[in-house]
Ligand binder design. Structure first.
Ligand SMILES: O=P(O)(O)OC[C@H]1O[C@](O)(COP(=O)(O)O)[C@@H](O)[C@@H]1O
Ligand SMILES: [Mg+2]
Ligand SMILES: [Mg+2]
Length: 334
């Protein structure tokens, strides 16, 4: 589709390609797009309307929630609930599965989301985002429970993120490639600006929180040491490093120019299974990265083939440029 095509047009054209399509998925995507537009406007306003800072409440992860974590969660939850295309919702900011009110219309899908990713950056005006994953709802179940959400990443119908940076960009896959749309705030519409995104297979740029170095396992220590030694060492070239502390910003950079992002298992996070969450961070980002020609692993395993055990389960995440992630994968197998 041509650059400048609106996201609305793109979704309807994609629907037409599926003869059996009912339009329900297009409506759901429209609700997700509307919610992200509202969150984008809140993020932009920040302390103009007093919404920076902590909300004095804690989520199930034991993290103090930011006001914008709570606001973004309410906007996303209410917009999708009122849209009538979901049977159940789950979020980083809600301990349990959200059950729709009895009066609410139920739809064919489940949606799991991280309403505001990169929360530690919101008060310092650094890029944040919203990450979402769409799954099929089991037929005939009025109030899907946690078990119904625990589907492997390969079962995702769609995945995406909306990044709130210098510009607001929605990146989306429905299993047929990855496309990016920039929000034109003057007309309130997302326009196709990044068609058929593919990740360069090679890179000289890694992203990892170096302050955790002493806690890393041998394969990651070896990989990063070799990058740091640079051209004098076995890699024969120098590497650069980036760390924004917003997964959505790291993944967007990698989709744009390649790279490898790592939040591996380490002795500090081992008990919890990792830092990042499988259902609403690792799985949706893995579908996007794989659809763009990259790889996404835990270390020994492909993330998308994991069988989820819990809604807020944490996993190690290593994703990005194919040949670099393959090297880390081989180091874990060695
Ligand atoms: O603070 P650290 O260790 O650098 O971790 C940063 C990581 O934590 C996160 O902020 C966790 O996500 P949330 O902000 O949604 O809780 C990721 O976006 C980011 O990659
Ligand atoms: Mg997050
Ligand atoms: Mg979050």
């Amino acid at each position: 589709m041509q650059i400048g095509t609106s996201l609305t047009h793109f979704l309807i054209e994609s629907q037409r390609a599926h003869k059996a399509a009912s339009g329900d998925f297009t409506l759901l995507m429209n609700d997700i797009v509307s919610a992200c537009k509202v969150i984008s406007s809140y993020v932009n306003k920040g302390n103009l309307i007093g919404i920076l800072g902590s909300a004095e409440s804690e989520n199930i992860q034991g993290e103090t929630q930011k006001k914008l974590d709570v606001i973004s969660n309410d906007v996303f939850t209410n917009t999708l609930m009122q849209g009538g295309q979901v049977a159940g919702l789950a979020s980083e900011e809600m301990d349990d599965v959200y059950h729709l009110p009895a009066t609410a219309q139920r739809g064919k899908y489940l949606c799991v989301y991280d309403p505001l990713d990169g929360s530690s950056n919101i008060d310092v005006n650094v890029t944040v985002g919203t990450i979402f994953s769409v799954l099929h709802a089991p037929e005939g179940v009025a109030n899907p429970a946690e078990a119904e959400f625990l589907q492997p990443g390969t079962e995702q119908v769609a995945a995406g993120y909306c990044i709130y940076g210098p510009s607001t960009i929605m990146v989306l896959t429905t299993g047929d490639g990855v496309n990016g749309f920039t929000l034109d705030k003057d007309i309130g519409e997302f326009m196709l600006t990044h068609p058929n995104i593919t990740i360069p297979e090679d890179t000289s740029e890694f992203a990892i929180n170096m302050s955790n170095q002493r806690f890393w396992d041998a394969p990651v220590k070896r990989y990063i040491d070799e990058c740091l030694i640079g051209k004098e060492g076995p890699r024969g070239r120098d590497f650069n490093m980036r760390w924004v502390a917003s997964m959505v910003a790291e993944v967007h950079r990698i989709l744009t120019r390649g790279g490898i992002f790592m939040y591996p298992i380490d002795s500090k996070h081992r008990e919890r299974g990792g830092k990042l969450r499988l259902m609403y961070e690792a799985n949706p980002m893995s579908m996007i990265v794989e659809q763009a020609g990259g790889l996404s692993i835990t270390g020994p395993d492909r993330i998308m083939s994991l069988a989820p055990q819990k809604l807020h389960q944490r996993v190690p995440v290593i994703l990005g440029s194919k040949n670099e992630v393959q090297r880390v994968w081989d180091y874990h197998k060695a």
